[in-house]
Each structure stands twice: as C-alpha cells, then as structure tokens.
Design a protein around this ligand. Structure first.
Ligand code: IMP
Ligand code: MG
Length: 177
C-alpha cells in the first residue's frame, strides 16, 4: 500500500439514514413479494446486512463472489467467479446488492449471467456509484450515493483487503512522496 490516510467522506449516520430510506423504497416496490438478496462478496456484505434489516418483507439471502481487482486500485477488466450462489434463481425476485459500481464491468457481466438463470425479476442496488468512471452501460435501480472519482474504503470496501470494517465511507488520500 502506498503511503496514505483516510478522510471521512460519508459519516456513519449519513450512510445508515440513506440505507433506511432505500429499505423503505424496496419495501414499497416489492410489496407482497419475497425479496431474494444476492450479495456480491466481500464488499457488498456490510451493506446487505444493514439493508436486509430495513426491508419490512420476507427476505431470503444468497452470496456470490467475483473478482475483478487485484491489490491495485484500477480495474483489470477481468471478471472471475470465485464462489457461485447456493440456490437457483428460477422464479425469484432477485435484488443484487453491491458495494460500488465503478467501471460497471463487474456488474454488466454478473447481471447477464444471472438473467440467464430465469429469475422472475432482477434489479440492482448499490451503496455507491461513480458515474464518471463508467465504461459499460449498467442500469442501477437503487443507489445510495453518487460519489466523485475518488478511491473509497469502509462499509465493506477495502484497500488491499483492509478497512472493510470502518463504519463510515472514507476517502483514501495518497500522501505525496
Ligand atoms: P467495476 O467492475 O469497475 O465496476 O468494479 C467494481 C468493483 O471494484 C467493486 O465491487 C469494488 O470491489 C471495486 N472498487 C471500485 N471502486 C472502488 C473504490 O473506490 N474502493 C474500493 N473498491 C473499489
Ligand atoms: Mg464489489
């Protein structure tokens, strides 16, 4: 890791309040249905747990892990399934829960793959969106916050596998040499 420090970009309170709002929106939109949350590990896990608690409907959960990043902060463009879902998606109302949509490569690959499994519906929910960085067209149904092109950590997001446990969204500021 290059020399850096972390500054608060979105406080714990701001993040948690926004998750409550999204939970209420999902509760309205999916009334009468069971929402099948698909968490994209590891980054989506903190967001998914908070969000699931704010959805006042039947919720089922599954997890998958894809990898598109090495230890660098730039996308390699290579997406690999590291862990697949446990359950089939046939007939389910699937909501994919991600930490961040950056270039969009991971999500466009993943959504195409999951659509092939014949869910009843499939939508995408992301805590953070960096629209300036998009190279692939991805439709996001629920967004927590749009953020500028900065490298962020916390609430599930890592820098070289650390900082996922920060209860807020921090910006990584690289110190001059
Ligand atoms: P995409 O395929 O470029 O959209 O990359 C999405 C993935 O890159 C996310 O799920 C994160 O794991 C990672 N990522 C993108 N931006 C950041 C960031 O600012 N901090 C930490 N991880 C990031
Ligand atoms: Mg991720």
């Amino acid at each position: 890791m290059d020399k850096h420090h972390v500054e608060v970009l979105l406080s714990e309170e701001e993040v948690n309040n926004r998750i409550k709002e999204i939970g209420a929106e999902i509760t309205r939109d999916y009334a009468g249905k069971t929402v099948h949350l698909v968490c994209v590990l590891k980054g989506g896990s903190f967001f998914m747990c908070e969000l699931a608690k704010r959805i006042d409907l039947n919720v089922s959960l599954d997890f998958m892990s894809v990898s598109s990043y090495g230890s660098d902060t730039k996308s390699s463009g290579i997406v690999r399934i590291v862990k697949d879902l446990d359950e089939p998606l046939v007939g389910k109302d699937v909501l994919v829960v991600e930490d961040i949509v950056d270039s969009g490569r991971t999500l466009s690959y993943l959504l195409a793959l999951l659509k092939d499994r014949h869910p009843n519906s499939i939508k995408l929910c992301t805590l953070l969106d960096k629209p300036d960085r998009r190279v692939t067209d991805v439709h996001v149904d629920y967004t927590g916050f749009q953020i500028p092109d900065v490298f962020v950590v916390g609430y599930g997001l890592d820098y070289d596998q650390v900082y996922r446990n920060l209860p807020y969204i921090g910006e990584v500021v690289f110190d001059p040499e």
